[in-house]
Ligand binder design. Structure first.
Ligand code: NAD
Ligand code: WQD
Length: 338
């Protein structure tokens, strides 16, 4: 299939491009590089031995998007492009709504008019808010979102549901990712956050590599196994493979489907710290701090629907995720700028 990958130079997109090319899909990446470095795609090319056609454009740029769609006549689009930093979204909500929602609106319009009505969308477990039940199934209602980022995902989902209802020619798959970590086994690509990381694993790897002094653990008084927050960490390569499974099985024939992509296993912050130390034989200094505003105690998925309908199941465990995250950071202490 000929696939448009928006945001394909980013963390999850670049790993997905590798898996798509590995099974013979033709990929074109559109990215404005607002949160990525073109080096990531150069590294992807070295890993796969195949060229990755790249167009530097903002998905809100209608003319540029029309041009790309006209040139390539895509069969499907995998839509990763967007902003994802929760804290920043609280401070700059307009920026998030504009980029994430306007971007999606323009993309849907241009794609539809070009005749490509097959879309896979990067949604997030964040749309569940404080989940009604654990493990979280896809039938759990979208909740009261804790921040503008999460709300932007929930709104994008709703827009896609409404579009698909109005025009049943659309085939749309909403993938709700849990907590992606890890990196490609080669250590050549991985997550490269700008500034001080917000998320747990990049913070840990930057402590390990000596860029940050110690990890702050946000709260040890939650009602969990050891008092620290519990999440469903999933290896980014497993996540990437989930997209390929969607293309193999239902893209183009589903109407609209929603899948959780997670492992179904919850680990606490201390589990991750200890897992990282054990897998890599590195010590992580930490201190317990106040709870972080907006955090919930526990969130992990029921990934059973993806297994039943897509034949997809996460294969990597915590040790693999910790090993591969460290391998990437150790080889690239300054990310792609090395
Ligand atoms: P990322 O920031 O590494 O990748 C997003 C890419 O989109 C970047 O390369 C960025 O330059 C590009 N981009 C942003 N706005 C754009 C625009 N207007 N036009 C063109 N390109 C644009 O993030 P990621 O972690 O790879 O996440 C990919 C998607 O998955 C995002 O939509 C994110 O919200 C979603 N998601 C991520 C996580 C996570 O924890 N990483 C979890 C759930 C969902
Ligand atoms: C995980 C756990 C923290 C950092 C976020 C977004 C969500 C989704 C995935 C995009 C929590 C604790 C963290 C630190 C810590 N992204 N922690 N010290 O908050 O589950 O989800 O990323 O869709 O929308 O909200 O992930 O990695 O930030 O936190 O103690 O320095 O680690 O409190 O329990 P989170 P995270």
């Amino acid at each position: 299939m000929k696939i448009l990958v928006t945001g394909g130079a980013g963390y999850i997109g670049s790993h997905t491009v590798i898996e798509l090319q590995a099974v013979g899909h033709e990929v074109v990446v559109v990215d404005n590089l607002v949160n990525a470095d073109l080096v990531s795609l150069k590294r992807v090319e070295r890993i796969t031995g195949k060229a990755v056609p790249f167009v530097e454009a903002d998905i809100r740029d209608r003319e540029a998007m029309e041009q790309v769609c006209q040139t390539y006549c895509f069969d499907c689009c995998i839509h990763f492009a967007g902003f994802k930093a929760v804290g920043e979204s609280v401070l700059q909500p307009w920026k998030y709504y504009d980029n994430n929602i306007t971007g999606t609106l323009v993309l849907l319009d241009v794609l539809g008019k070009s005749g490509c009505k097959n879309l896979i969308f990067s949604s997030s477990a964040a749309v569940y808010g404080e989940p009604e039940t654990i493990p979280v199934t896809e039938t759990c209602p979208r909740g009261r979102c804790a921040n503008p980022y999460a709300r932007s995902k929930s709104i994008q989902e709703q827009i896609m549901m409404d579009m698909q209802k109005a025009d049943p020619e659309w085939n749309i798959v909403l993938l709700r990712y849990f907590n992606p970590i890890g990196a490609h086994r080669s250590g050549m690509i991985g997550e490269d956050p700008k500034g001080i990381p917000n998320n747990l694993m990049p913070y840990i790897t930057q402590v390990a590599v000596g860029k940050l002094e110690k990890l702050s653990i946000f709260g040890d008084d939650y009602d969990t196994v050891d008092g620290t927050g519990v999440r469903d960490y999933i290896h980014v390569v497993d996540l990437a493979k989930g997209h390929v499974k969607v293309l193999d099985s239902i893209a183009g024939q589903c109407g609209l489907e929603i899948f959780n992509l997670g492992t179904g296993v919850g680990y606490s912050v201390l589990d991750v710290v200890r897992g990282f130390e054990k897998a890599n034989n590195v010590k992580i200094l930490y201190e317990i701090k106040e709870r972080r505003a907006g955090d919930i105690a526990v969130c992990y998925s029921d990934p059973g629907k993806a297994e039943r309908m897509l034949g997809w199941k996460a294969e990597y465990g915590l040790e693999d995720m910790c090993r591969d995250s460290w391998n990437w950071q150790k080889r690239n202490p300054n990310g792609f700028t090395d």
